[in-house]
Design a binder for this molecule. Structure first.
Ligand SMILES: [Zn+2]
Length: 369
């Protein structure tokens, strides 16, 4: 097993990552960064956390060390095993579990693996850029959801620029109440903080931005027959956030060239945010839509709301204007089959504790005129 290996490290207050040489010495690791400082981290003071969308990175930091190198990103299994043999406690468990985590996620197939590598690179770069430049106090937090959140906030600012938002009144209260009910029912939230913005618009649409910002267009409320139907759409969108679909779309849009620039430190946050601003017009893949549908039905049931509301709304939209379907219907060539599948699923999904929403839907619709 190697005593010396190459890795990637991040310096505080310096954009981008850089290569470094790591030597595992007795008592600690010596890190020599290209055009940067040499630092020594004692093994007992090392902290590790799994990273990357497919758990194929380990991030190593030494909170007690003198500043010089903020963190190290490892993905060489031999190097990780060597380090695991030298550290104890929770850091050891993270390192020792690397291979198992990686294999479990690699089995999802080549496509997922490639997306994961790209996502890992973006998260390493974006997380670092955002956290060090904009919110240094968040460094201690859970980096992937936190950096996604910041990307999402930049995207929301871009998306809402020039739009008139509805911030008070029956419609704003209703979407907030619906979102609050659904978010409270999420089974395993890895740290996303959801918020919902209502835009005054004739568009019948809703969008999920990375990190948990949900954007609802008031045309969707005007079209929905009940608060439950809006809850169905929001449950679907919340699942896109939890499945990181919009983040993946952003990665696809930023492209490998821009991505490489970002990883190497020349990336442009404004360009990233501009790409993110188009997230309301994204088309997800069919598998992503199906997963968001299924997750949405389960989330409705856990929230005490009728799962049939989701296919009911889809059906209403399909009947209304088949030629101009919003994102949540457009990527399914066979919308009728999708609705039938959802109806079957909704019938098979019990609602253990029904709790109807206390929303006067006619008042909400009336407030939009
Ligand atoms: Zn969708």
């Amino acid at each position: 097993m190697p005593e010396i290996f190459q890795a990637v490290c991040f310096l505080p207050d310096t954009p981008g990552s850089r290569p470094c040489r790591v030597a595992l010495e007795s008592g600690g690791m010596l890190i020599e960064a290209a055009q940067g400082p040499n630092v020594r981290w004692p093994y007992p003071a090392i902290a590790c956390e799994p990273g990357g969308d497919e758990f194929d990175w380990v991030f190593v930091a030494c909170p007690d060390a003198k500043p010089g190198i903020a963190r190290l990103a490892l993905r060489n299994p031999e190097a990780i095993a060597s380090l695991a043999a030298r550290v104890g406690g929770p850091a050891h468990d993270v390192l020792a579990g690397f291979e198992q985590r990686r294999q479990r996620h690699a089995r999802r197939g080549q496509r997922g693996l490639v997306a994961g590598l790209v996502a890992a690179a973006v998260l390493v770069a974006a997380g670092w850029l955002f956290l060090t430049r904009l919110a240094p106090d968040l460094v201690a937090g859970t980096i992937p959801p936190a950096s996604e959140r910041l990307i999402g906030q930049a995207a929301a600012a871009q998306l809402l620029a020039g739009e008139q938002t509805i911030d008070a009144g029956p419609a704003a209260d209703a979407v907030r109440a619906i979102a609050t009910r659904l978010v409270a029912a999420i089974e395993a939230n890895p740290g996303y903080e959801f918020d919902v913005r209502l835009v005054k618009s004739d568009l019948v649409n809703a969008a999920a931005l990375p990190g948990g910002t949900l954007v609802v267009y008031s045309g969707l409320l005007a079209e929905a027959g009940s608060a439950d139907e809006v809850a169905g759409v929001l449950a679907h969108e919340i699942c896109h956030v939890l499945h990181r679909d919009s983040l993946r779309q952003l990665i696809g849009r930023v492209g490998s060239g821009a991505l490489l620039a970002l990883v190497l430190g020349g990336g442009d946050l404004a360009a990233l945010a501009a790409q993110a601003g188009e997230l309301d017009r994204l088309a997800y893949g069919r598998d992503q839509e199906r997963a968001a549908d299924r997750g949405g039905v389960a989330l409705l049931a856990r929230a005490g709301l009728p799962p049939h509301a989701l296919p009911a709304f889809f059906e209403r939209l399909q009947a209304r204007d088949a030629g101009r379907l919003p994102e949540f219907l457009s990527t399914h060539p066979d919308t009728a089959a999708r609705i039938a599948e959802l109806r079957e699923l909704a019938t098979a999904t019990p609602v253990p504790a029904p709790r109807p929403l206390a929303i006067d839907w006619e008042a909400v619709r009336g407030s939009l005129d």
